[in-house]
Design a protein around this ligand. Structure first.
Ligand code: PLP
Length: 348
């Protein structure tokens, strides 16, 4: 088989990933620190992320569905737990019963299905105010869960990335449930919840975005390191004359003679059109603004006055998540999970 090397790559920093996990773990005090690796490890590659976090001592992992779990099962050895957040549909039952992963039961139907199948240990999601997945916290939860062997009882915070009354209310509701429902462990906090203090940590935390370089709250700024740097290769360098336009719909008109570099990167790779005129690249500390519209597979940047940038050079996309989110209007989550399949994913 021919080995292709792609003209675009994600450079991923293992040291930063592990440093972020350790910082998040410390914030939780004695609580275990797991990892949300759904959506293919937020776009980085779930297998590669899980392998590295296992090496650092992480033992609890979370994915959304059974297809994601199947890929990771070979890494689930003694003492490692993998939970499937969306629970178990009828179509999933045979796979779930044979899997080393556990369902996070979210609905009464799922609970009935699991009980009837004699499914063994499970996790349970209780909704404490987000109104997304889980049993309603007001709905006699202890009675509904009677007889289940619950490994982790969990809930999820709706607004932990901002200050407001809902997080403390969810904390209080979840604390009350802990006194009423027997489980081996209790878990509430995502990345932002971890930043709100050890009260939110319970027995285990479940960070996702902050592992991968997202800064969910100001408390994490200066502690969380960038993990992912996209890079793209210059396909052509060209002169653009004053008055010429660049790209689809001619949205950019050159105010003077310019030099541009056309890169192998576009919205099909997750570099969306909202970066048109707002994104930038870097080359040796120099700032190269995007000019014109982002195409499906191509992006142009201004390299005027930088004669050393030439065809086949690699340029770094400015992708610090907080800054890129501010520039594009996308969330830090979208910025990562949108990164496409055409990147080579290179760890160092
Ligand atoms: C995705 C997810 C997490 C991780 O959330 P982040 O905000 O990325 O830290 C934790 N718990 C549940 C239930 C999730 O769905």
């Amino acid at each position: 088989m021919t080995e292709f090397s792609a003209p675009l790559r994600l450079r991923m920093d293992e040291g930063a990933l592990l440093s972020n996990w350790r910082w998040l773990k410390r914030q939780g005090g004695d609580a275990a620190c797991g990892a949300a690796i759904k959506a293919d490890g937020y776009g980085l590659g779930a297998v590669e992320v899980m392998r590295r976090l296992l090496g650092a001592g992480c033992r609890d992992f979370f994915v959304s569905n059974w297809a994601e779990a199947a890929v990771l099962e070979p890494l689930v050895t003694e003492g490692v737990s993998l939970s499937v957040l969306h629970g178990v549909r009828e179509e999933d039952l045979a796979v779930a019963l044979a899997s080393r992963a556990r369902p996070v039961l979210c609905t009464e139907w799922q609970i009935a299905r699991w009980r009837h199948a004699g499914g063994g240990p499970c996790d349970v999601m209780v909704d404490t105010g987000m109104n997304r997945l889980g049993l309603d916290w007001r709905g006699d939860v202890p009675a509904r869960l009677a007889g289940l062997e619950i490994a982790t009882l969990m809930s999820h915070l709706a607004c932990a990335d901002e200050d407001g009354p809902l997080s403390p209310a969810q904390l209080e509701r979840f604390s009350a449930l802990r006194g009423q429902v027997k489980a081996a462990r209790y878990s509430l906090a995502n990345s932002a919840g971890i930043c709100m203090g050890a009260d939110y940590a319970f027995d285990m935390t479940r960070p996702g975005i902050a592992l991968y370089g997202g800064v969910p709250r100001r408390e994490a700024a200066g502690h969380i390191r960038q993990v992912v740097v996209p890079e793209a290769q210059v396909l052509q360098r060209r002169r653009v004359r004053a008055g010429d336009t660049i790209g689809y719909n001619a949205t950019y008109r050159a105010p003077k003679d310019m030099q541009i570099a056309v890169l192998n990167l576009g919205y099909a790779d997750g570099y969306l059109r909202c970066f048109s005129g707002r994104g930038s690249m870097s080359a040796g500390g120099r700032h190269l603004p995007v000019v014109g519209r982002i195409s499906m597979d191509l992006t142009a940047v201004d390299v005027s006055g930088l004669p050393d940038i030439s065809e086949e050079d690699w340029l770094e996309v400015d992708y610090k998540l907080v800054d890129a989110a501010a520039a594009s209007g996308l969330s830090q989550y979208e910025l990562l999970t949108g990164l496409g399949a055409r990147f080579d994913r290179v760890w160092r």
